[in-house]
Design a protein around this ligand. Structure first.
Ligand code: NAD
Ligand code: ZN
Ligand code: ZN
Length: 344
């Protein structure tokens, strides 16, 4: 048996990734080794490689936290999955399972968490390690190419829509119609909301309309805030855009009592918001980080039942550097790129 594998590795911040032949990782007793079939490219992977955020990833790093594949080997203590099961390897690679956050439905806030493709190696490789308790089974009815984007973009926006408390007939505005945003529109529609979509790229707004957005705005041509205020203001705004400006516009688009959910994580980490208006208008601001294992199961179920449409294009892992550039310049045909490792 061949004990090496191909992986895309970055050695220092801002450098290109290189495809290397390295040793296959072996699972600890509570881990599984996953033969990766598909790996989605989330904008977070680009932030990781660039070292954009206050908390830095390990280096060298194999990025990727939208991994889907077949369990190849299980550690001796793993009871949850068995060899041959198709599983998803999400951002929340591990949590302690015992702290106040873990036991109250917010395992994503665990202090001891590990993150795939950030604090531990991720899915841009032929094999990756996951923890038996923190991988999620992928139902047979979900195509592994769709399952990859659902593993982060899906679960993150599904959770963000839950956190927005969107209800039928409410107006929800989604800023940023990329990998995350194109799914946020669909979950907001499932919640019964009327949806407005905002992006700087007209092609993304065309897709938004196809996915059910009732209104679309491009801040390059439209005064988004004025347009939304003319409609009474949004009950909830979800910002997935990689730009602080969008967060400020999202805030200004709200009606009294409105809820703003922060999801995007631009390198430029600060915005300015007024205290007075926030108090007098009873505005809620909520940060939302990925979702739980249970949220991901629900996301897969909705997809298996035909409620969501994942817009993605497949590429091979050797295109990783040009694929990063294409995401940064919105040059893809579809909002999400998925590396199909079966074609390598
Ligand atoms: P993406 O590049 O696919 O999409 C971002 C979109 O924002 C693009 O369509 C872009 O045109 C648009 N945009 C940029 N500036 C804008 C502006 N001023 N107004 C409106 N739209 C604008 O990225 P993605 O993979 O969807 O990720 C989006 C962000 O969410 C990233 O910062 C990523 O790190 C973050 N993220 C957060 C979580 C979380 O748990 N909170 C999870 C995954 C990703
Ligand atoms: Zn992600
Ligand atoms: Zn914990």
């Amino acid at each position: 048996m061949c004990n090496t594998m191909q992986a895309a590795i970055v050695h220092s911040f801002g450098e290109k990734l290189s495809l290397e032949e390295i040793d296959r990782p072996t699972p600890e007793p509570n881990q599984v080794s996953i033969q990766i079939e598909t790996a989605g490219l989330c904008h977070t992977d680009i932030h990781a490689v660039h070292g954009d955020w206050p908390a830095k990833p390990k280096m060298p790093l194999i990025p990727g936290h939208e991994g889907v594949g077949l369990v190849a080997e299980t550690g001796k203590d793993v009871k949850e999955v068995k060899e041959g099961d198709r599983v998803a390897l999400p951002w929340l690679a591990y949590a302690c399972g015992a702290c106040e956050h873990c036991v109250s439905g917010y395992e994503t806030l665990c202090h001891q968490q590990e993150n795939a493709g950030y604090s531990v190696d991720g899915s841009y490789a032929e094999y990756a390690l996951g923890y038996g308790k923190y991988v999620t089974k992928v139902p047979d009815a979900v195509d592994p190419i769709d399952a990859a984007p659902l593993t982060c973009a899906g679960v993150t926006t599904y959770k963000a829509v839950k956190e927005s408390k969107a209800r039928p007939s409410e107006l929800v505005v989604v800023f940023g119609i990329g990998g995350l945003g194109h799914l946020a529109i669909q979950y907001a529609r499932i919640a019964g909301a009327t949806v407005a979509a905002v992006d700087l790229v007209d092609k993304k707004l065309d897709l938004a309309r196809e996915l059910g957005a009732n209104y679309t705005f491009n801040p390059k041509n439209d005064d988004v805030v004025e347009e939304l205020q003319k409609m009474g203001g949004a009950h909830a705004a979800i910002s997935t855009a990689v730009s602080p400006k969008a967060f400020e516009q999202a805030y200004q688009s709200l009606r009294r009592g409105g809820r703003l959910v922060f999801v995007g994580l631009p390198a430029d980490n600060h915005i300015q918001l007024p205290i007075f208006e926030t108090v007098l208008q009873g505005i809620t601001i909520k940060g939302s980080i990925v979702g739980t294992r249970r949220d991901l199961e629900e996301v897969f179920q909705l997809h298996a039942d035909g409620y969501t449409n994942v817009l993605r294009e497949t590429r091979t892992l050797d295109t990783v550097n040009e694929s990063f550039d294409d995401v940064l310049h919105s040059r893809m045909e579809q909002p999400r790129i998925v590396f199909d490792m079966r074609n390598n």
